[in-house]
Design a protein around this ligand. Structure first.
Ligand SMILES: [Zn+2]
Length: 424
């Protein structure tokens, strides 16, 4: 694996902002040295040295963009990406609703061209194909793109930026609707990405982008969503100037329940003459009320994160001393940041279960907790089921009615350590 040298301000050794290039000296939260969150290990490699990198989130005092030092180039993260979006039912429903809403709002029809950046296995574009529209996916992971192509979703294997945008626009792929769901945080050169958006849009075209809202990350102490593969943590205050810099404007915003509270921005060229919705001002007002427009608004987060670590360790220690067994559910990337920051190991949790067969029989990075199939949890009948993907808590509890029957309880650690009965 290769490692990226962080962009440093000349002569200072201080990293620079991915948006405005100002030196970054203001810590948001320092999560210490951590392995890459998606580096699941085969058991035979448990004794091999495991690379760890600083996981240090900083806020830019000039433009308020929260970001981590980029240590891994996207080529490494996405070359053979194991995650297929189509695995989650609630996410597919979210995508189908999106296709219906955009078609109605923007009057899309059989002449329309729909392009998605980071289109994965075609999980979203399939709904536009179903409406008879012309679609193109752009996906950097060749193995995932191949699945989309076999399903009849034309897919370009490429990273998105000005170079790809220029090439596809010349090939006639200027978009009426350009979509990006949960990809912006993975982009190391956000300026080149946004400049590419303008190049890719028809003059009247609309770009929609979704991302977890930094306001929720801060208020709900969602520090486990911070990992090396997420370079940026986004607010409208930090993003609006990036769009303006590249000849685009945010004309509407919707709140989405996905990933613990997301925003969907609607972006167009100013000359398209779209009216700006009051909702844009409302989100900016909410961010300013939380002081996200000033460096001091980002202070105090690290103390809340330390409190979660203290409480989780106390819970696991007392469960152990009482002879109660804890098994974890969901081998998601966010679980790894939590477990490794809190120093949780197989001494505390015997194993974690996950529905994704790609992850089973591997070890979690850092903590080395083994991943097993969900049946192993049912057989073990633990006293506590520790849900790592807390955003799916209700869905997971309803899928495991057995737990309440044997007297087990559920535990989550975000925004604080909480025990839930399985009875609802
Ligand atoms: Zn900045």
């Amino acid at each position: 694996m290769s490692v990226m040298a962080p962009k440093l301000a000349p002569g200072t050794g201080i990293p620079r902002c991915l948006s405005c290039s100002s030196p970054l000296s203001h810590t948001f939260v320092d999560l210490g040295l951590q392995p890459l969150a998606n580096s699941y290990l085969p058991p035979e490699r448990v004794r091999d040295p495991e690379p760890r990198f600083p996981l240090h989130a900083r806020v830019c005092d000039n433009c308020m963009l929260v970001q981590v030092d980029p240590v891994q180039p996207p080529e490494d993260i996405f070359a053979d990406y194991a995650y297929f979006s189509s695995y989650s039912e609630s996410w597919l429903r979210h995508c189908s609703d999106y296709a219906d809403a955009m078609t109605e709002r923007f009057g899309l029809g059989s002449q329309s061209r729909i392009v998605e950046i980071a289109s994965n296995d075609g999980y979203l574009l399939q709904y536009f194909v179903g409406k008879g529209m012309r679609v193109l996916g752009i996906e950097p992971a060749a193995n995932v793109a191949q699945v989309a192509i076999e399903r009849g979703i034309p897919t370009e294997i490429a990273f998105f930026g000005t170079e790809t945008a220029r090439r596809l626009a010349h090939a006639g792929w200027s978009a009426d609707l350009l979509a990006a769901k949960n990809v912006l945080a993975h982009v190391p050169d956000i300026n080149d990405f946004v400049a590419g958006i303008r190049l890719m849009l028809k003059p009247e075209g609309v770009f929609t982008v979704e991302f977890p809202h930094l306001l929720n990350l801060i208020q709900q102490v969602q520090f486990d969503t911070i990992y090396h593969e997420h370079f940026t943590y986004l607010s409208l205050i930090a993003l609006a100037p990036i769009f303006e810099r590249h000849g685009l404007m945010v004309f509407d915003v919707e709140k989405q329940p996905t990933h613990g509270g997301s925003l969907r921005l609607f972006v167009a060229r100013p000359e398209a003459g779209r009216t700006t919705s009051q909702r844009v001002q409302d989100v900016l007002d909410a961010e300013r009320a939380a002081k996200l427009d000033q460096p001091g608004g980002y202070d105090g987060f690290e103390e809340k994160v330390q409190a979660i670590r203290r409480d989780l360790r106390a819970f696991l220690a007392s469960a152990k001393s009482e002879g109660r067994r804890v098994i974890a559910y969901g081998a998601a990337a966010k679980g790894n940041t939590l477990l490794n920051y809190c120093g949780v190991t197989v001494q505390d949790i015997d194993f974690v279960v996950d529905r994704n067969p790609e992850k089973q029989d591997r070890l979690l990075p850092g903590s080395h907790i083994p991943v097993q199939a969900v049946e192993a949890l049912i057989a073990a009948r633990p006293d506590y089921v520790f849900i790592l993907p807390w955003n799916l808590r209700a869905e997971i509890i309803s899928q495991l009615p057995e737990v309440a029957r044997w007297g087990g309880q559920f535990v989550t650690a975000i925004p604080q350590v909480q025990i839930h009965s399985g009875a609802h």
